[in-house]
Design a protein around this ligand. Structure first.
Ligand SMILES: Nc1ncnc2c1ncn2[C@@H]1O[C@H](COP(=O)(O)OP(=O)(O)O)[C@@H](O)[C@H]1O
Ligand SMILES: [Mg+2]
Length: 173
């Protein structure tokens, strides 16, 4: 946990690492993340191809009530979901040629206080997206996958919540 002091305000920037050893653990972990999400959140999922970004999106969507598979919107760039009255958008910007393409597809319309946006390959639209409230940085690990969770300095919501659940994952590190 890092503490910052700006203009008399103390902000906490939370960064925590988890090791998830198989796909099911990854999905369960994603559900614990989803429990903490609120409308207006923007989640970046960062990591190489095949590292598990879509797996985490699947867990989050399942938490909100989605049944079945999750197709990667590789060509359409975004897949909209309406789950129990919540608008959730899953982006996969891997094939985004130019960040300006986002403007043509009305990219900015997706980001508002009534939706939750989950983005794979946000780095392809650098400078054209809002600052994420949560960033999950995923990489390969000898025992599965390593996930760093970073929260926007001002929210301090995710990790402080359910510390017991997180202890389970921390035990593995
Ligand atoms: N924690 C994990 N440990 C081992 N394998 C995992 C883990 N999480 C996901 N996988 C596997 O990684 C593969 C790629 O996942 P996917 O979510 O499609 O990656 P991405 O969207 O990053 O390209 C899947 O076969 C999935 O079962
Ligand atoms: Mg994917």
């Amino acid at each position: 946990m890092l503490w910052y002091r700006f203009f008399g305000l103390t902000l906490i920037l939370h960064t925590v690492k988890y090791i998830l050893t198989n796909e099911q653990e990854m999905v369960d972990f994603a559900k614990t993340i989803a429990e903490c999400l609120v409308l207006g959140d923007v989640v970046f999922l960062q990591g190489d191809l095949g590292v598990g970004k879509t797996t985490i999106v699947r867990g989050i969507l399942q938490y909100f009530g989605h049944k079945g598979a999750v197709k990667s919107p590789t060509y359409t760039l975004v897949e909209p979901y309406q789950l129990n009255g919540k608008d959730i958008y899953h982006f996969d910007l891997y094939r985004l040629g130019d960040p300006e393409e986002l403007e043509y597809m009305g990219g900015r319309d997706y980001f508002n206080n009534h939706s939750i946006c989950l983005l794979e390959w946000a780095e392809k639209a650098d400078g054209y997206l809002p600052i994420p409230t949560i960033k999950l940085i995923i990489s390969y690990h000898p025992r599965g996958r390593e996930v760093w969770v970073k929260e926007k300095a001002s929210i301090f919501r995710l990790i402080s919540y359910k510390s017991n659940t997180y202890q389970i994952y921390l035990k593995n590190t």
